[in-house]
Ligand binder design. Sequence first.
Ligand code: BG6
Length: 478
Amino acid sequence: MKQFRNDFLWGGATAANQVEGAYLEDGKGISVADVVTSGSHTSPRRIALDQNEAYHYPSHTAVDFYHHYKEDIALFAEMGFKAYRMSISWARIYPNGDDEAPNPKGLEFYHHVFAELKKYNIEPVVTLSHSDIPLAIALKYHGWINKQVIDLYVRYALTLFENYKDEVRYWIPFNEINDMFLPMSALGQGALIDPQAQFIHQQKDDPDERFNALNNMMIASARAVVRGRQINPDFHFGTMICHITRYPRTCHPEDVLLVLKNDLFYNNTCADVMLKGEYPFYALNEFEKRGVRLQLNEEEKAILKEGVCDYYTFSYYQSISESTQEFSEETSGNIMGGIKNPYLQETAWNWPIDPVGLCTTLLKVYDRYRVPIMITENGIGCVDQLSADGKIHDDYRIAYLRDHILEMNKAVDDGVDLIGYMAWGCLDLISVSTGEMKKRYGFIYVDRDDEGRGSYARIKKDSFAWYQQVIASNGRQL
Ligand code: BG6
């Protein structure tokens, strides 16, 4: 069997609003993520702009990476990380999004983080926007629907590229950009918010507005890529797709057709634009059918062509099953929807566990795009118990990751050019869908509960030593 390449980027991933905390420290502005309350498996998160004390806003303290980054990065290094995927908080750099000058303290913080990573030869993979644009942009400009936000984003991107051109090579313009395919209110209640937390809206989901906002995000990405390459030709830019592998629930031809169409629309549209430089025929036609009138002029079309990314990254947690027929059992805890797949176990949050789907996805994606692929998120959210011996025996996490890495290896054996793997939430963090702390993903436990109480001490889980051995053996010892 072919092995992972020698320079394979083993690592882990987090996002600023889910780990940093210090939400108002050193000049940071409030981001959209800072006004989203905590929720649970059964009660959705809400947007509460009034900063009401009755609510808990998990991002305000998160797991306090802001003050623990040295300790956390030392632990990543101890595991042998070759890469660390993180995001920069836009509101730390431009507190209101449209400030005249960047916040020096914000820039300094990430210089410190990159210096710490360099000390251990850990390659940063940096997401520019991971669900937390400055709240002022959402309120004053109505988020991405406004083309002025493209300029604000490009200015933010240039600030990062110029400041960190010698510290960062791998960039990801947007996390899970295709989350914009989900109707708003998929996360949140009371006020509508799209799952990208890009704009806040009080009336109803409007697909025309939502897809135009997405279009603006892709134009912004392309413009940033073009300018970034001028600043440092060695920059690598990756798409980041929430890849939901879809199965027909039955072999009825109508089910197969349904899944094909959903795959074309939900999984391929953004990746096609960001890697091939144009919208696929299917999406354009579908937009027309749905009454979406894309505001895309000739100049913007040319920018999309010029500013294509050079590697494909995606998150993979689960597959979903779909059918044209009625099935009573749905997978409840999953914002992606879908029917229960009788062949798959589910997590405590009802996310189907499907390692083979990862191999399928890698082959399908590589066949379509033929560019290097990096898995930038994969993992299992579980309740971890601190045992009497002071340890966390998370054999279920080891089993999940082992099974997925085995399938990755099979895809490599089939010829896929896979360059890296970032386990999601290498450090316990705040869950996006529920705002909970108890939905844990990490190799490193953080002593903090759903209300923000705890010592914030870090404790290595059993999976820590396991992943250390996986990396040391370049994926041979699982
Ligand atoms: C991805 C997001 O969709 O899923 C992450 O990019 C998120 O930010 C991850 O944390 C897992 O989802 P959740 O809801 O369990 O946090």
